[in-house]
Write a protein that binds this ligand. Structure first.
Ligand code: ADP
Ligand code: MG
Length: 939
C-alpha cells in the first residue's frame, strides 16, 4: 500500500544485525505486508519507521525513536488498554491493522518474548464492540467469478450472519452489494473491474484483493464443507462456492489465521510473497492475553476455527423486492440524502422503535429485503396486527426486551474466547428474561401463527443459564486472570483454596492482638506491603521487649519491622492458595466459557427469535402511534391503490401533511371507490378503459410531486416488509422491483454529466423493468435542452407504456407529455396546483386528475410579486403562437408549457441525429460537445 506497510526498508538493509525483537517486528511486517503491524511491547503497541511516521501523523501521536546497534528508527506507541479508538483512526484512513501480541509472559522463556498476530483488523471483519454500530450489521463481502456467473457472499463476523447468492449480470451483483452495503469487499483475480466503484457500494467500501488460491473452487468447496457440510447441497453455483470459501478463508485470516510462530529462518524466503500463504492453516490463537497458551497449538488445516459460524443462508435476489442503488438512496431508506439531514429523516429512522440491538438489525434486514410472497407478508401482518391491538402486552414485551443484551455478539465473543465473566453474566441475565417474555407472549400467541411459532422458539436455555448462574460470581471484574469471577460453592477445590487463604488472613488479623498480649507492646502493629509482605512493626522505644524469634526485616525512622517464621509460613500459604485459586478460577472460567460456546447454535436461534419479536413489536408500535392501516395484499392482477396515503417520513417533520390517493393497476380506474381526491382517476377514455398504469404528473415546483411519488413507493415497500402503512386504506399486489430516477441531480462529481447519468440510469430501467415494477421518474430529461429532453421523455414514456408495462409515475415539466396520455390507453394525468392567499403562493399539496393548467408558472410569478408588465407579457406569450416563445427556457417557472418539439429549424433532421447518437459509446465530454452542437442547430 505504502511505506506504512510491509517490512521497513531501513531495517531490511540490516536484517542480519537487528536485535531479536526488531527482527521479529521486521518479519511480522513482511508476513502481514498489507497491514500496519501494531507490535506489543509491554503496555504499548509500537510501530516503527514508515508505519510510525504515518501513524503519528494520522493519530496525532508523538513520534519518538528507538536506537539499537544498527541505527535509530522512528517509533510511535499506542497504549494497549486504549487501542480501539486509535485502531479506528487507522481503519478510517484505509489501513488494515495487524495486532501482534505478546503471547507469552516476559521472562517465561529465554530470549525475546514470543509475539504473534492474533488478529488482523479490517473494516469488514470488526468484532470490537467499540468500533461497531450496535444496531447495524457490519458486512464483509466476497465477489467471485466463474465464467459468466458471479458469486457473492456476505458475512458479519460479529454476529455470524452469513449469506450467499449469485447472478449472471453485473447489475444484480451491484444491486445486491448496495443492498448489504458492505464495509469491505474481498475480490479474487477475475473480479470485474469497476463493479465495486459504481453506485453499487457505499463510498467507504474497502476493496481487498485477496489470495487467488482462496477462490479456487476445489479448495473453497472443502472450506465450505468443513463449516457447513456439502456445499453442493447448500449453494447454487460454483461461483457461490468460490465466494463463500474465499470469505471463510479471509475471516480466518482476520482472526490471525497465519499466526503460527514466525520462524526466523523460513521467513526470509517468504518475505513479501503474499498475504494469504497460511490463510488456511488456522492456528487457534483465539484471544491473546486471556487465552491459555496451552490452547494455542496449531490446528489441522480445515478445522473450523470460526465457531460462531453455524449457518449459511443461500438466497435468490428474486425472492425479495429489489431496490437498486439509486432507489435505495433516493427513497432515503437508511441514509438521508442531504449530507446535513438529520438521521431520523429516513424510513428506518421512523420505523425503528426496537428495544434491542438484535431487533434493530432485524428490522433493517427486513427493510433491505422486502418480501414478495403474499402469504409470508400476511403472516407478518397478522403478528403486527395482534401486537398492535394488544397494547399492554406489547408494552410489557418492549420493556422486557430492553433488558436483552446483544446475544449474537455476546455468543460471538464467547466462542472466539474473547468474552470475560461480565459477558457471561450478561448472557445469563438475558436468559433470565426469556421465560417472562414467553409468558407475556403466551397471552396473545394464539392470535397469530407467527407469534405462536416465536413462542415455541423462545428457548430459555435453562441449562446454560443455570451453569452461568452457578459458576459466575455476582458482579465479576472485567479482568479474568485475577480471580473473583467464579462463584462460591461452584468448585470444591476452589472453595478449599479460598478457605485456606481466608483462614490464613484471619490468623493474621488476630495476630496483632495476640502479639500485643504476648509481648506487652501496646503499640505493636501488623501490616502489609506489596514489596515486603506481612510484617510486625514495633516502635523504637519498645524494641527491647521484642521476642527472640522476631527477625528484623526493615528499619524505619521511628520503628523496626519484623517477621516471624510462623508469619512467613502463613503468608506463603495465603499467597500460594491465592495464586492457585486464581489459576483454578481461570481454568474453570475457560471451561464454562467453552461449555457455553458449545451451545452457540441454540443461543443464535434464541437471538433470532428475540430479534424477530422485537422487530414485530416495533412495527406494531409504529402502526399504533402513527395511525397506520393494515394493507390488503392481493395476488393476481397488478394493483396499487392507496386511499389517503401519506409520506411516512415527511409527515413526521411536516406539521400538516395532506394525504393523497393513488390508483394504479388494471381494473382500478373507473368505479373504484378511491377517496375524494382522485375519485375517478379516470384516464379519460369514455369507454371505461380501466387500465391505469402510467401517470404523468405536472404541477409547479414545491407543490408536492416528488413527495407524492416517493410516498407511493414507500407505502408499497412498507406493506411488503409486513408493516402497516400510512394511509386510510391500501391494496397492493407485491412488486418485484422499484426504480426511481431523479433528474437534474447535482452529482457531477463523478465526472459524468448529469444528463449522461440520467440516460445511463434510464437505459437500465428500460432494460430491466417489467410489469411487476414500479418506476418513478422525477423530472428526467431535464439535463439537456428542452426540445431533446422532451423528445427523450416522450420516447421513454411510450416505451414504458407499450413495451415494459411497468406501473409508472412520471413527474415532468414537459407539459406536452400530458397530451400523450390521451393517446396511450393506460396512461393518465394527475396534477398539483398552486394558489395564492394574501399575496403568498400557497400549495394545497392535493393531487387531482388532469393536467396542470400550464399557467401555474405565471400564477406563482404573480404571487411572488413579479411586476405586472412582465406578467402581462408572459400571459400574451402563453396565448400566442408557439414560435413566439422559443426564447430562453426558464422551464422551471415561466414557460413550462411553451417549449415544444417543433422549436427547432428542422426537427426531423434533429430527431434523426439524436436517434443516431450512440450514447453508450460517448465519453462525458463528447456527450456534452454533441449536445452543444445539437442545441446550436436549434438556434
Ligand atoms: P415538487 O417535487 O413538486 O417540487 P416536493 O415534493 O419536493 O415538491 O415538495 C415540496 C415541499 O412541500 C416538501 O418539502 C414538503 O415539505 C411539502 N409537501 C409535499 N407534499 C406535501 C403534502 N402532501 N402535505 C404537506 N406538505 C407537503
Ligand atoms: Mg420535485
Amino acid at each position: 500500500m505504502d511505506s506504512a506497510c510491509g517490512p521497513p526498508e531501513a531495517m531490511a538493509d540490516k536484517r542480519e544485525e537487528l536485535t531479536p525483537m526488531m527482527g521479529q517486528y521486521h518479519n511480522l511486517c513482511a508476513r502481514y505486508d498489507d497491514a500496519i503491524v501494531l507490535f506489543q511491547v509491554g503496555d504499548f503497541y509500537e510501530t516503527f519507521c514508515g508505519a510510525a511516521e504515518r501513524t503519528a501523523r494520522l493519530l496525532e501521536l508523538t513520534l519518538t525513536s528507538r536506537e539499537d546497534s544498527t541505527g535509530e528508527y522512528p517509533m510511535t506507541g499506542i497504549p494497549v488498554d486504549n487501542a480501539a479508538s486509535y485502531v479506528e483512526g487507522l481503519l478510517e484512513a484505509g489501513y488494515r491493522v495487524a495486532i501482534a501480541e505478546q503471547v507469552e509472559e516476559p521472562g517465561e522463556s529465554q530470549g525475546v518474548v514470543e509475539r504473534a498476530v492474533t488478529r488482523v483488523i479490517t473494516p469488514g471483519t470488526l468484532t470490537e464492540d467499540e468500533l461497531l454500530s450496535s444496531d447495524d450489521n457490519n458486512f464483509v463481502a466476497a465477489v467471485a467469478r466463474d465464467g459468466a456467473q458471479f458469486g457473492l457472499a456476505f458475512l458479519d463476523v460479529s454476529t455470524g450472519d452469513f449469506l450467499a447468492t449469485s447472478a449472471t449480470d453485473r447489475e444484480t451483483i451491484a444491486d445486491e452489494l448496495s443492498r448489504f452495503s458492505p464495509a469491505e469487499a474481498v475480490v479474487g483475480p477475475d473480479a470485474p473491474a469497476g463493479l465495486l466503484e459504481g453506485d453499487g457500494t457505499r463510498q467507504d467500501c474497502l476493496v481487498t484483493p485477496y489470495d487467488e488460491a482462496a477462490f479456487d473452487l476445489e479448495r473453497a468447496a472443502e472450506h465450505v464443507a468443513t463449516y457447513f457440510g456439502n456445499p453442493d447441497r447448500l449453494l447454487a453455483s460454483d461461483a457461490e462456492i468460490a465466494a463463500c470459501g474465499a470469505l471463510l478463508s479471509y475471516a480466518e485470516y482476520a482472526r490471525g489465521g497465519i499466526a503460527e510462530d514466525v520462524d526466523e529462518e523460513s521467513m526470509g524466503a517468504d518475505t513479501g510473497t503474499d498475504t494469504s500463504v497460511g490463510a488456511d492453516t488456522g492456528t487457534n490463537t483465539g484471544a491473546g492475553t486471556d487465552t491459555d497458551p496451552a490452547t494455542d497449538t496449531p490446528l489441522e488445516t480445515n478445522t473450523p476455527t470460526l465457531e460462531y459460524l453455524t449457518h449459511l443462508t443461500r438466497y435468490d435476489p428474486r425472492e425479495y423486492l429489489l431496490l437498486d442503488a439509486v432507489a435505495l438512496r433516493s427513497l432515503e431508506l437508511f441514509e438521508p440524502r442531504s449530507v446535513d439531514g438529520h438521521e431520523e429523516a429516513t424510513l428506518v429512522g421512523v420505523l425503528d422503535q426496537t428495544a434491542s440491538a438484535l431487533g434493530g438489525r432485524q428490522l433493517k434486514d427486513w427493510v433491505r429485503r422486502p418480501l414478495l410472497e403474499p402469504a409470508e407478508i400476511e403472516a407478518r401482518l397478522d403478528a403486527v396486527d395482534t401486537l398492535r391491538a394488544a397494547v399492554q402486552c406489547r408494552e410489557e414485551l418492549t420493556t422486557l426486551l430492553r433488558a436483552v443484551y446483544d446475544l449474537e455478539r455476546l455468543i460471538g465473543r464467547i466462542s472466539r474466547e474473547r468474552a470475560n465473566a461480565r459477558d457471561l453474566q450478561a448472557l445469563g441475565d438475558t436468559l433470565l428474561v426469556v421465560p417472562e417474555v414467553r409468558e407475556t407472549l403466551c397471552d396473545i400467541s394464539d392470535d397469530a401463527d407467527r407469534l405462536e411459532e416465536l413462542h415455541e422458539r423462545l428457548d430459555p436455555l435453562s441449562d446454560v443459564r443455570t451453569l452461568i448462574e452457578s459458576a459466575i460470581a455476582p458482579n465479576p471484574p472485567a479482568e479474568i486472570t485475577e480471580g473473583g469471577i467464579i462463584a462460591e460453592g461452584y468448585d470444591g477445590d476452589l472453595d478449599d483454596l479460598r478457605a485456606t487463604a481466608r483462614d490464613g488472613k484471619q490468623w493474621i488479623e488476630t495476630l496483632e492482638e495476640t502479639e500485643r498480649e504476648r509481648t506487652g507492646i501496646d503499640s505493636l502493629k501488623v501490616g502489609y506491603t506489596s514489596v515486603h509482605g506481612y510484617y510486625i512493626e514495633v516502635t523504637n522505644p519498645n524494641l527491647e521487649a521484642v521476642p527472640e524469634e522476631y527477625q528484623r526485616r526493615q528499619t524505619l525512622k521511628r520503628a523496626e519491622r519484623f517477621v516471624t517464621p510462623e508469619l512467613k509460613e502463613r503468608e506463603s500459604a495465603i499467597i500460594g492458595a491465592e495464586g492457585r485459586a486464581d489459576e483454578r478460577e481461570y481454568e474453570l472460567f475457560c471451561a464454562v466459557r467453552r461449555a457455553v460456546a458449545d451451545e452457540v447454535e441454540r443461543v443464535q436461534a434464541l437471538a433470532d427469535a428475540i430479534a424477530t419479536l422485537d422487530a414485530l413489536c416495533s412495527l406494531a408500535t409504529v402502526a399504533a402511534q402513527y395511525d397506520y392501516c393494515r394493507p390488503t395484499i392481493v395476488d393476481g392482477a397488478p394493483e396499487l391503490t392507496i386511499e389517503a396515503g401519506r409520506h411516512p417520513v415527511v409527515e413526521r417533520t411536516q406539521s400538516s401533511f395532506v394525504p393523497n390517493d393513488t390508483a394504479l393497476g388494471s381494473g382500478v380506474g373507473v368505479g373504484v371507490g378511491v377517496g375524494a381526491g382522485v375519485g375517478g382517476m379516470d384516464n379519460g377514455d369514455s369507454d371505461g378503459h380501466d387500465d391505469q398504469r402510467l401517470a404523468i404528473i405536472t404541477g409547479p415546483n414545491m407543490s408536492g410531486k416528488s413527495t407524492y411519488m416517493r410516498q407511493v413507493a414507500l407505502i408499497t415497500l412498507l406493506a411488503q416488509i409486513g408493516s402497516f402503512v400510512p394511509a386510510e386504506r391500501a391494496t397492493i399486489r407485491p412488486l418485484e422491483r422499484i426504480f426511481t430516477r431523479v433528474g437534474a441531480s447535482d452529482d457531477i462529481a463523478g465526472g459524468r454529466s448529469t444528463f449522461m447519468i440520467e440516460m445511463d440510469e434510464l437505459a437500465t430501467i428500460l432494460r430491466e423493468a417489467d410489469e411487476r415494477s414500479l418506476v418513478l421518474l422525477d423530472e428526467v430529461g431535464r439535463g439537456t435542452s428542452t426540445a431533446d429532453g422532451l423528445a427523450i421523455a416522450q420516447a421513454i414514456t411510450e416505451h414504458l407504456h407499450e413495451e415494459v408495462g411497468a406501473m409508472t409515475l412520471f413527474a415532468t415539466h414537459h407539459h406536452p407529455l400530458t397530451e400523450l396520455a390521451d393517446d396511450l390507453g393506460a396512461a393518465f394525468t394527475l396534477h398539483f396546483s398552486a394558489g395564492q392567499e394574501d399575496g403568498e403562493v400557497v400549495f394545497g399539496h392535493t393531487i387531482a386528475p388532469g393536467a396542470a393548467t400550464g399557467s401555474y408558472g405565471v400564477e406563482v410569478a404573480t404571487a411572488a410579486g413579479v411586476p405586472e408588465a412582465v406578467l402581462e407579457r408572459s400571459r400574451a406569450l402563453l396565448e400566442g403562437p408557439n414560435d413566439d416563445v422559443t426564447g430562453p427556457s426558464h422551464a422551471d417557472t415561466l414557460t413550462a408549457q411553451t417549449a415544444t418539439a417543433d422549436g427547432g429549424d428542422d426537427p426531423t433532421d434533429l430527431a434523426a441525429e439524436l436517434r443516431a447518437l450512440e450514447i453508450a459509446h460517448l465519453t462525458p465530454v463528447e456527450a456534452l460537445a454533441e449536445l452543444d452542437r445539437l442545441q446550436r442547430l436549434l438556434e
